[in-house]
Every structure is written in C-alpha cells, then in structure tokens.
Design a protein around this ligand. Structure first.
Ligand code: SF4
Length: 122
C-alpha cells in the first residue's frame, strides 16, 4: 500500500489588479494549476500564494524626539510567515528626526532583502 500526500487546493481572489478574479490554485503531480485567471499575472499570483505568500507591509513607526509617528512601507513584499517578526523589528526601531519621504529606515528587514522606507516627511 502506498500513501499519497494530500494535494493543496485554495480558492483565492487575485489582488494584482482591481478586476479581482476568483482563482483556484490546485497542486498536482506536475506542479500547480491555476484556473479562473483572466490574464497571466493571475497565474503567477496564484502560484506564489500557494507556495510562498508575500505581502507589502505598511506600518507607523515611532521616532525619537517626537510623539508623531511616521508612516512606512516595505519596498518589496515580505513572506507572510515573517510578518510578525518584521512588525516587531519595525515596532522596536525609532529613527531620529527629521525623516524624509523615501528615506530607508531599516535595511534588509529580518533578512528578507526588503527595506523599510518612509512614505511621508516627519
Ligand atoms: S488574473 Fe489578471 S485580470 Fe484577473 S485580477 Fe489578476 S491581474 Fe487582474
């Protein structure tokens, strides 16, 4: 008797563009099959979601010398599995003022290769 591993299957909404196609991502013996996508970007998104989902992070970061936080975002998506760790590093980092829009406030956030950048002036 041979045991076969259960194949992953997920229903997803593609968030790559406003059309919001309903996708089905199905793991198969040959890889991953995506259906429901209107364009190739949906196939790419569905495969990424089934194997290593990622998100761009946005947050508020506390600064030194002022009560007013600055809004920040990552310059590329980070793995969902590392979101909590990344949020903790952002929470515990307090750059000096002034901060200018586009400044890199954390490089290589938690080893993800993503930088945290200011989206506003402080
Ligand atoms: S599959 Fe293509 S058209 Fe549909 S939501 Fe994704 S990017 Fe937009």
């Amino acid at each position: 008797m041979t045991l076969t591993a259960e194949k992953k299957r997920e229903e997803l909404v593609c968030i790559t563009c406003p059309r919001g196609c309903l996708l089905t991502a199905q793991e198969t013996d040959g890889g991953i099959e995506i259906s429901g996508n209107f364009c190739p970007r949906g196939e790419e998104y569905g495969k990424q979601e089934l194997t290593n989902p990622v998100r761009v992070m946005t947050a508020l970061m506390r600064l030194q010398d002022t009560e007013k936080p600055v809004s920040v975002k990552t310059d590329r998506p980070v793995p969902k599995a590392k979101l909590f760790e990344c949020a903790s590093e952002i929470y515990h980092t307090h750059p000096k003022t002034p901060v200018h829009r586009g400044d890199i406030l954390i490089r290589d956030l938690c080893g993800t290769g993503s930088n945290v950048i200011a989206t506003r002036d402080s």
